[in-house]
Design a protein around this ligand. Structure first.
Ligand code: SAM
Ligand code: SF4
Ligand code: SF4
Length: 339
């Protein structure tokens, strides 16, 4: 943090550190657990261009947040690489005082052409989603018949461009738990950290059920049988993944256990949706319409005060409370806020 950055805390004393920015709600895949093709079909009404925040609006908001202590940004979607000229946005975010880290979450398909340009614009890290290494399993999951190869090529392109690369795999029972070991084997010994994500009850259309969650323990046990693991220390406060190191020196894996071992106590993240709403929790029902406010002239210190007040009111701890909450409740779609 720089001396010019303030330190704002929510009602539970959690500081604001990370801003996740969804730049688009469209996607070139239809993953069954995120944008099932039955719902997100040809006639689905995606946001019209004018409803999306412009790069200038996103940068102004990121600058406001940086003054309040945000040091890390992540671009996501939908599929963020579908947003035209994303490199320009990365370059303008890189120039903001106080921003130390810019990352991207992508399905990787369009990375081959874009990795180098994004790195040159200032992108540091990329998380690439790949839920299976077996083509038939992957085709089934992504709803568009895409095989693993283009994603693997995207991963290689990102490494070659000098980006720090992690691969994210959502694990859902009956969908791809048979891919845990093949994925671990494939990335073992490569310069990539594979992270397993427990299937979460985000959005309203993915038919989430606790029965379909493969727990952190099950995932680690399965890998450990063949490729022995040992726990590794967290890298930094608020890191969401539990880290495990291969005992043979083949690198490490992570598990994001937001369901079976929640981490709301250290949650320092705020999310900006593609249509300009702020969400202080991934599972929020309502967003805070900051787009209307900035389009009506809110700017500068007044904007910062407004953002600080929003964070100051925050009491979210959905994952900690999940089992005692009334279900189902209306939630924002993952494709709007990007995880
Ligand atoms: N399209 C990009 C991608 O897939 O990486 C970025 C947006 S996507 C919504 C961000 C991440 O959220 C992906 O890694 C995806 O697998 C994850 N995700 C989506 N729905 C999920 C769910 N129900 N549970 C856990 N992770 C989910
Ligand atoms: Fe698209 Fe990412 Fe959702 Fe898959 S997880 S449908 S790639 S937004
Ligand atoms: Fe943060 Fe909400 Fe997730 Fe808890 S449930 S870790 S408050 S985003």
């Amino acid at each position: 943090m720089t001396a010019n950055q303030k330190h704002v805390t929510d009602r539970f004393g959690r500081t604001l550190r990370d801003l996740r920015i969804s730049v688009i709600d469209k996607c070139n895949l239809r993953c069954t657990y995120c944008m099932p093709k039955e719902i997100f079909g040809d006639d689905y009404a995606f946001l019209p261009e004018e409803e999306l925040l412009s790069f200038e609006e996103i940068s102004d908001l990121a600058s406001g947040f940086a003054k309040l202590g945000v040091t890390k940004l992540r671009l996501t979607g939908g599929e963020p690489l579908l947003r035209k000229d994303l490199g320009k946005l990365v370059a303008s975010l890189t120039a903001i005082e106080g921003i130390e880290d810019i990352a991207l979450t992508t399905n990787g398909i369009l990375l081959v052409k874009r990795a180098k340009e994004l790195k040159e614009a200032g992108l540091q890290r990329v998380n690439i989603s790949l839920d299976a290494i077996d083509d038939n399993v992957f085709k089934e999951i992504n709803g568009r018949g895409v095989v693993a190869k283009p994603v693997l090529k995207g991963i290689d392109a990102a490494i070659d461009a000098g980006l720090d690369v992690k691969v994210n795999m959502v694990v859902k029972k009956g969908m791809n738990e048979n891919q845990i070991l093949p994925m671990a084997r494939y990335f073992h010994g490569k310069n990539v950290i594979l992270r397993f994500i427990e299937f979460m009850d985000v959005g309203n259309h993915n038919g989430w059920d606790m029965k379909n969650v493969v727990s952190k323990k099950e995932i680690v046990d399965k890998i450990n049988e063949e490729l022995p693991l040992e726990p590794a220390e967290r890298n930094y406060y608020g890191e969401v993944a539990s880290r495990f190191r291969y005992k043979d020196g083949g690198g490490e894996v992570g598990v994001i256990s937001s369901v079976t071992d929640s981490f709301c106590g250290t949650c320092t993240r705020i999310r900006l949706s593609a249509d300009g709403k702020l969400y202080t929790c991934l599972f929020a029902s309502e967003g805070y319409d900051i787009k209307s406010k900035i389009r009506s002239g809110l700017a500068g210190e007044e904007l910062e005060d407004d953002l600080a007040a929003l964070w100051g009111r925050r009491t979210d701890r959905y994952s900690d409370e999940r089992s005692s909450l009334e279900q189902p409740r209306k939630k924002i779609e993952m494709s709007y806020i990007g995880g």
